[in-house]
Ligand binder design. Sequence first.
Ligand code: NIG
Ligand code: FE
Length: 417
Amino acid sequence: MKPIWIKHASQLITMEPGLTGPRTGSGMSELGIIEDGSVWMESGKVIRTGTTRQLEREFENRVQEAEVVDASGKLVTPGLVDPHTHLVFGGTREEEFERRLEGASYMEIMNAGGGIHATSRMTRDATEEELFEQAYARLDSFLKHGVTTLEGKSGYGLNTETELKQLRVMKKLNSVHPIDLISTFMGAHAVPHEYKGQEEAYVNLLIETMIPIVAKEGLARFNDVFCEKNVFTPTQSERILEAGKRFGLVPKVHADEIEPYGGAELAARVGAISAEHLLKASEAGRQAMAEKGTIACLLPATALYLREEAANGRRMIDQGVAVAISTDCNPGSSPTVSMPLVMNLACILMRMTPAEALCAATVNAAYAIGEGEQAGKIEEGKQADLVMWNVPSYQMLQYAFGVNHARAVWKKGVRVV
Ligand code: NIG
Ligand code: FE
C-alpha cells in the first residue's frame, strides 16, 4: 500500500494528542491546530503531522512513493466519533412524528404501546439478514458524514433471542464495515408488553439470564438502562447496572431525559462511564458527575426533534463536566446520521463554542465509549482515521449548517469516502 501524504490543509486539527483523558473546561478548546498542515500516513497509521514545509523536508526522499492529496483551502480533522446510537432496528415510525406534531407526547405514545414497543415488534419480526442490510446502509451514511467510530445499542429485542440477534448483527457489522462499532447491551430500554405489571420479573430476566449470556459471548462492552419515570426506577436501574458490573459490563445511563429522576446522580454513584440525555438533570447531579468524571453524552438533535429544551451543555462545561455529543440515531426520537448537524446544534441549542463542539464529537466522544486511546485525535503512531472537509476552518464547519461538508474520509489509512 502506498503512503498517503496530505499537504497544505488550511487547518489540520490534531486535537493536541499529547493531552490524555477526557477534556474538561478550557481543555475542550485545545484543538492542536496546524496551519498549512500536513499528514503522512502509512500502513494504516499516522506517521507524522506538522506543517507542509516540515514534512516536505522530512520526506524529501520518499515523495515519489506517496499518493499526494492536495488539501489546499480545506479543513482536516480526526474522524468523528458517534458515542450513542440505536443503530440496529426494524421499521420506521414516521406516523408517530405526525402524532407528536398534533400534540401527543413521546411518553404517551410509548405507554400506549407505540414508541420503543413499536420498534421492538418490528425488530423481533425482522430477520438477522434484514437487520444487517439496513444497518449496513446506515453505517455507510454515517461514514459519508465523517464518522469513523460509533457505538450501537441493542434494546429493541426486549427478549433474550432478539437482544442477542441485535448484538450478533453488530458484531458482524464491526467485522465487515470500515467503521469501528462498539456494542452496548440495552435490554433495559423498556419493559416489554408481556411483562406489564411484572416489571420485577423482567428485571430478574435481565440480571439472571440476558446479562450473563451477553457477557459470556463477549457481545457487548457496556450495559445501558433507560432510567425514567414509567420505565426503570433508579433502584431497578442500579440493580441492573451493578449486575452488569459483576460480569465486566461498564455502566451507561439514559438519565433525566423526560423528567428529573436522579439519573445523573445514579450514573455518578455506580461509576458509569457516561450519562446520556440529561435534559432535566439536577444541579447536584451534574456536580456529582463532574466530581466522579462521568462523561455527559448530550443529544441536542433529540431535544430538537422532541421539541424540548436541550440539556444545559454550557453550564456543564463551566461546572467541569467532560461533555461529548452524539446523534442518538434511532427511529423515534432522532432519525438522523449527521454528526455535523449535531455539532451545529450543540452550538446553537447548548451554547457550546465551535471548538468545544468539535472536541465533544472527537476526543470526548471516544472516551465516552472507551476508545480514547485509539480514536478522536490525529496522533503519530496511532490509527489514521481522518476527514477532509470542504471548508477552510473548523469555525466554518459549524457555521455553514445543514450541509454535509465531508469531502474525503480515511479509516485506518484507507480512503473509504
Ligand atoms: O435515546 N430515550 C430512550 N431511548 C431512545 C429513543 C428510542 C426510541 O424512541 O426508539 C433515546 O432517545
Ligand atoms: Fe438513546
